[in-house]
Design a protein. Sequence first.
Length: 430
Amino acid sequence: MEDNVAKQPPKKKGILHYGYVVVVAGFLTQSLLLAAQRSLSLSINDIVPTLGVTLGEAGQISAWFGLIYAGAGFFWGWLSDTIGPRYALSLAGACVAVGLVLFGILGPNGLAWALFTYSIVGLGAAGIFIATVPKLIAAWFVPDKRGHAMRFVTPGGGLTSMLLGIILPLGINAVGWATCYIVIGCFGAVVTLFFFLLLRDSPYERGLTPVGSPPDAVPTPPVVSKTVYNFVEVLKMPITWHFGIMYTIYQFAWSANSTYYVATIRSAGYTGVEAGLAVTYASLFSIVMMQVWGPLSDRLERKTVILMGCCMYGISALIYFYLLISGKPALWVCYVMVCLMQGAFGINSTLMAAMGDYFPAKLRGTGNGVVSTMTMAGRYGGPAAAGIFLDNYGGKAGYGIAFASVFAFLAGIVAMTLPKKKVGGSKGEA
């Protein structure tokens, strides 16, 4: 039966290829992920009096979420290869939705309940992006269209963060934080239903070929690997360690910058409101740059684009650092420099496309999940190491940015040693 389908000509495509349904799903994974991540930081001050704990004790909720989120990626990646990214993503989304609803219902009963329920959110969050989405995009888009696809996926997080920053505080004032989390969980349930009903693991399931395939291409079934030995195979692959090291170094830069870039404006003598506006401006510019970096990585080698983004950040950060230590830069100058730095990190779309390139189709989920787990060192080590560094220089936040610039340059250098990938591929699942 499969052979007959594979030999048939592809179905006539409509105005919009079904692959863009996958892109919409990818966008929604970012929205759900960022809703789970950012909601805590926006509501933590309201949660503290309800639980009757200190701010430090309430911070354990975020810590446990982050630990489980970062550490469980390998499991979801393996599951994505075993049962398919559609089912894995649906299970992960359901986990996030249920955890958020339970956090709203049971969380107010005490810190233990809050920790338990938000740990469920963290477990699901580990499976709704890196472990599943690059595998889906790689199946539905040929190699030289993956950057193009990812540029529409990654903005979902930035847009959600901006909207959440406006809507959630208003919602908490109106109905309380617990009800807001139940509403966010219901949003997650709707998104998960979208994943389950509309996603397909490969174009073959709809009699299609990947976006960008030549006109004479025919649908071919994907290669499936259903074995616990996927981990062994992935860990034996040099690219796992090579890409994982590069991405971990990159995470040192990204996480350190994310922690301290707003603080640099406060340290320059501006108000919290003025510093907060930097997040909006920088997020918007980052989304704009995603539209540049993604398609550019389809024309140039992705590792070249990664180097360009890392150098853009490193140079911008060093210039900004010099301006900060030289005096009080004008507020507009701070905004421009922060936008340039965040725009450089728009290469996240390119990194996700690269994760779809470097692992074979049958191991793509496992490979990406393992790499995601490896980056725990960078995600949590970056802010801590940068904090120690800047403490040695009087606690000036600008030194945290200087710290990040060093790791950005290093990540770009390591990226250029990655294997060469041919640009202009015309087959999906390559």
